[in-house]
Design a protein around this ligand. Sequence first.
Ligand code: ADP
Ligand code: MG
Length: 252
Amino acid sequence: RISAQDLRKINRIKVTGSDPPDPISSFSDLLSRYAVKPFLKQNLQKHNFSTPTPVQMQAIPILLEGRDLMTCAPTGTGKTLAFLVPLLQELMGHKKVGYRAVILSPTRELAKQVMNTASVNLTLKIHNEIKWLSEGRNFKICMLTKATASTQAHDPTARANYDIIVSTPLRLVHELKQGHIKLDSVRHFIFDEADKLFELSFLEQIDEILAACTCQKLQKAMFSATLPSEVERMAKTLMKDPIRVIIGTKDA
Ligand code: ADP
Ligand code: MG
């Protein structure tokens, strides 16, 4: 059996922080080490995901152990599943208690200004991955973007029954201000493309959203393709004893 140290070395996984758990070498490790729910294993298998990517190997056990995490791994290396697998495991299934998880991602608003169309539907992409990974469980997911604002997002009463919200910072702040959304049951907070969230001065919005997450136990995780020191500094102020995972090099 390969040692944790070798597994990290081969996969160019660099970890800093106190007491990080060993990486997993296969998705089966999740069953033996963390008693991961069969629906997750089955859905991964069904979609031919046989081996975790390096970021998944290390990030999944860290999140399953309830730790805060900042992660830097190149685009296209599977960061979405790295946060969705532990998230769906923790949430188990639908509960009628309101939102238990926030996934914050930059998209449409800034896509117009600075990015090409490839990134326009980031929240939709996350939504789709939750859909197939949670097949068999009736999670209720709310997606908030400009594009969805006129559909599901406009029914505040229905939204009281959602489990997960995927949103851009501006949309979510807007809904909070309208009093349409409550985040006091949120236990898991994910910043996707964190470098862009923080660099593009969404700080004010992020503060407002975090202030609405009043639950004492709030796990925070950040995922991005780069980790500028300014972003890392801000991340540290928001997190509790975080573990930092870098795949490859920080500025790739
Ligand atoms: P990132 O967020 O790091 O840019 P994504 O999460 O969007 O990357 O994943 C990129 C692609 O890789 C997606 O099509 C996803 O389905 C695929 N992928 C993710 N994890 C695995 C895996 N363990 N094995 C094979 N393909 C994977
Ligand atoms: Mg991504």
